[in-house]
Design a protein around this ligand. Structure first.
Ligand code: SAM
Length: 222
């Protein structure tokens, strides 16, 4: 059963969805006020658009029933591998996933020798699932699971931060990242950018044309 939100929330949801589709390049302005859906990735991009739509539609009501800023949508296995490759992990790295879901990004990251991880997640059921998945993968001893809010949990020992949130949430988190992370810390985001903070790298992950962005915290930003 699907429970539709009230009309004002539906209008906001639609606006959010359109905003996300434009932000991510799935909806492209052609002429005047006309938009085209055959953006990068063509028809192959449709699953990605649906995932973004799910995120956007659920996000506007997510805060009402819990303190979630973003609903749970998992990063695809290909995108997980791309995030790890772009992070250029090395021994000694401490990888945080802020809003870690089932922990899949950190579970994959700590398989790199000498890397440990911290999974921050507000939903206790997902924290339990993440712990179980880490046990199954034989890496539980390398991961700390923190049930808490990404805007409150201390993050200053991170050397890599993984995100799959929303652009609006990235922008709210950005001052924390700049203030609390040490210079040299890499920040990676699935799908959503950081506004006028230009990424140093961005890579498309086919077939859904997910984009992974990478930034590095510099001393100058503090
Ligand atoms: C889009 S999912 C991404 C999950 C995982 N990072 C991945 O990429 O597979 C976002 C996650 O953030 C969590 N979340 C949302 N708001 C949060 C908050 N304020 N503090 C901690 N976690 C939050 C949600 O419960 C959800 O699991």
């Amino acid at each position: 059963m699907v429970v539709l939100p009230p009309p004002h929330a539906r209008r906001r949801n639609l606006a959010l969805l359109l905003h996300c589709a434009i932000e991510t390049g799935h909806l492209v302005k052609t002429a005047g006020s006309a938009y085209s859906l055959d953006a990068p990735g063509g028809a192959a991009a449709l699953p990605r658009i649906l995932a973004i739509a799910m995120l956007a539609l659920a996000a506007s009501t997510a805060r009402a029933d819990s303190r979630r800023d973003v609903p749970y949508v998992a990063t695809s296995p290909d995108a997980v591998q791309q995030m790890i490759a772009l992070a250029q992990l090395r021994a000694g790295d401490v990888v945080y996933d802020l809003g870690c879901g089932d922990g899949r990004i950190v579970i994959a990251a700590v398989k790199v020798p000498g890397v440990r991880g911290v999974c921050v997640e507000i939903d206790p059921a997902l924290v339990r699932l993440g712990r179980e998945e880490a046990e199954k993968a034989g890496v539980a001893s390398k991961i700390t699971f923190v049930q808490g809010d990404i805007f409150e949990v201390p993050i200053e020992d991170a050397t890599v931060v993984m995100l799959y949130l929303l652009r609006e949430v990235n922008l709210r988190l950005r001052p924390r990242l700049w203030k609390e992370l040490r210079p040299g810390t890499r920040v990676l985001s699935n799908t959503f950018d950081m506004g006028d903070w230009q990424p140093e790298r961005q890579v498309a992950v086919p077939p859904g044309s997910t984009t992974i962005y990478r930034w590095t915290i510099s001393g100058a930003r503090r």
